[in-house]
Design a protein around this ligand. Sequence first.
Ligand SMILES: Cc1cc2nc3c(=O)[nH]c(=O)nc-3n(C[C@H](O)[C@H](O)[C@H](O)COP(=O)(O)OP(=O)(O)OC[C@H]3O[C@@H](n4cnc5c(N)ncnc54)[C@H](O)[C@@H]3O)c2cc1C
Length: 289
Amino acid sequence: MQSFQFYSPNYLEDALKYIADRKQTCRTLAGGTDLIPMLKKEEIRPDYLLNINEVGELKGVEDLDNQVRIGATTTFTEMIESETLNRFFPLLVNAAASVGGPQIRNRGTIGGNVITNGPCADVLPGIVALDGQLELQSKQDGRRLVSVADVLVTAYETSIRSDELLTGILIQKPVQGTKSGFEKLGRRNAMAKARLNLSIALRQDPNGTISAVSIVPGAVMPVAVRMNDVESMLLGRKPTPVLIQAAADKLVEVVVNTAGIRWSSEYKVPVLKNIFKRVMWRVLAEDPQ
Ligand SMILES: Cc1cc2nc3c(=O)[nH]c(=O)nc-3n(C[C@H](O)[C@H](O)[C@H](O)COP(=O)(O)OP(=O)(O)OC[C@H]3O[C@@H](n4cnc5c(N)ncnc54)[C@H](O)[C@@H]3O)c2cc1C
């Protein structure tokens, strides 16, 4: 059994002061669904544990002028129930709904999903697809905003400093006509981490030409990243079966070239192609928002 000092402040200022004074010796506790198993297995041995669940500024979804702010300790269940997210970002709602079982969705937070940066994360790829920004705060530097894509170093590693807290995720409201889709393939329905997931957001001109597209596969790359080469193949073109097939081929080519051939590739490559084509056609057939 490990011993550590536990601190549970009500105010962000106190939380920031606590980690500023302790840095690497302190770990932040949100829902604990990733952290508690690590503590139990003694993979980490912090001297201090900062519980951020009582800090009001970190909770909930706010509809701002052009943006939506999702507080870092907003749980997956709260995301699913948020009217604002259902209206503007059904992609994130669907991703949150796919997470684990009810217990994990009630405890696990969006902030924990980002900071863990696991290759199997379900919500993080959607944030990358929507070009989300992270609101980071520290006692030393106050508030800074960074693109989520810029902090994902490699699997389970971000460039966020040990004296910083992730306080929120900011996402520009979508341009009218934006459509999106999410699909996850898990080992089994309940409590399954993703074997593969896919987040897509796109827009079409009135004549059907694809004018904006964002594609992020999950659990097949070391970190969630937009598939720029696939996106540029689709941009400015009208979708046809030939084009979507070529884009699916390109997608798996990029994934295999980046992640390499693994034991699971024989299974994942055709599955990824099929999921991509299915989600693309479903999104293309949808009425715009
Ligand atoms: C049985 C099971 C099933 C799961 N299924 C899924 C699944 O289907 N999909 C999926 O994506 N994930 C799944 N997970 C993983 C986990 O639930 C998610 O990654 C979740 O988002 C973690 O959030 P949390 O609030 O529990 O984070 P915690 O465990 O509290 O923290 C995770 C990490 O982030 C740090 N941290 C948390 N919040 C902050 C913050 N605001 N600022 C700075 N650092 C912070 C912590 O110090 C820790 O390093 C599963 C986990 C379990 C145990």
